[in-house]
Design a protein around this ligand. Structure first.
Ligand code: NDP
Length: 286
């Protein structure tokens, strides 16, 4: 088959999404006298987390969202983090709260996520948001899965009835993206580390979402001709360059559409965080 996959340009689509937010942000600020606000909590000195947080804050600035940065040392206790979350829960200028993960191992992550006011759960990780997503009620949708769906829709393909294979079952990517695909009437299979024959499952996929965290582990030969491939993975090769979970160069020969890494899902995650913050402000502070 020809080297024919179309590239899904996440960077360009994310920019369009962000541009669309600008007038909504300005209108909100004009009505209320203050802009939508995102409270950001970074605990410790994980360099990748610091970069992600910086990108999110820069993106906020670009569209006019206020970001309130709170850095806690790696030695902070669960009680310290919980106290900060309580403060942000009560701060009227803050419409979304981002607790950057991963947290240092001694902090009770699930407990911290549960202590965020569900009305400010811009990341969509609170069990209330996850439950609403599962029953199809309106809610905050986690940013990366929400971004994957925007990228999928950008191909113009009819998702209903397609066979979708999600590799990965994390609470932040695999499970919610599977729920979203199901809500769009795809026939969904979720694979994980105990899946017996991953290659065989992937070969059936009209839509493949890879969220594993293993560099290029999905071989190009596994991709069904014409499939839409959304690669969520961000991995660093030994030479320092980034790659996804899919062997991009080979997969491109079979796929109909494919996202690059970097420049695919990553920028969408940031754009969807901004969208969730604005939606939260409009929903709960009007
Ligand atoms: P997790 O480590 O939480 O989950 C990884 C999943 O992959 C698990 O469900 C695991 O299965 C599964 N898995 C591991 N090995 C295999 C295997 N050999 N075969 C099949 N399945 C396997 O990761 P996340 O979901 O948090 O993230 C996944 C990737 O996406 C990472 O590279 C991360 O950096 C990236 N990411 C990118 C984002 C973006 O904005 N682009 C945002 C969030 C994540 P099991 O459950 O059985 O252990």
């Amino acid at each position: 088959m020809a080297d024919g996959a179309k590239i899904i340009d996440g960077k360009a689509i994310a920019l369009e999404c962000q541009e669309r937010l600008r007038p909504a942000v300005a209108a909100f600020a004009a009505r209320k006298g203050y802009p939508p606000g995102l409270g950001v909590i970074l605990v410790g000195e994980n360099p990748a987390s610091a970069v992600y947080v910086k990108n999110k804050e820069l993106a906020c600035k670009k569209v006019g969202i206020a970001s309130f940065h709170h850095a806690l040392p790696a030695t902070a206790s669960s009680a310290d983090v919980a106290a900060l979350i309580r403060k942000l829960n009560e701060d009227r200028r803050v419409h979304g709260i981002l607790l950057q993960l991963p947290l240092p191992a001694h902090i009770a992550e699930q407990e911290m996520l549960r202590s965020i006011n569900p009305a400010k759960d811009a990341d969509g990780f609170h069990p209330v948001s996850a439950g609403n997503l599962a029953v199809g009620a309106p809610t905050y949708v986690p940013c990366t899965p929400k971004g994957c769906m925007v990228l999928l829709r950008s191909t113009g393909s009819a998702i209903a009835g397609m066979r979708a294979v999600v590799v990965g079952r994390s609470n932040i990517v695999g499970k919610p993206v599977a729920q979203l695909l199901l809500a769009e009437h795809a026939t969904v299979t979720i694979c994980h580390s105990k899946t017996r024959d991953l290659a065989a499952e992937v070969r059936n996929a009209d839509i493949l979402i890879a969220a594993i965290g293993k560099p290029e582990m999905i071989a190009g030969a596994w991709i069904k001709p014409g499939a839409i491939v959304i690669d969520v993975g961000i991995n660093r090769r030994a030479d320092g360059t980034l790659c996804g979970d899919v062997a991009f160069a080979d997969a491109k020969r079979n796929a109909g559409w494919i996202t690059p890494v970097p420049g695919g899902v990553g920028p969408m995650t940031v754009a969807m965080l901004l969208e969730n913050t604005v939606e939260g402000a409009q929903r709960y502070d009007e």
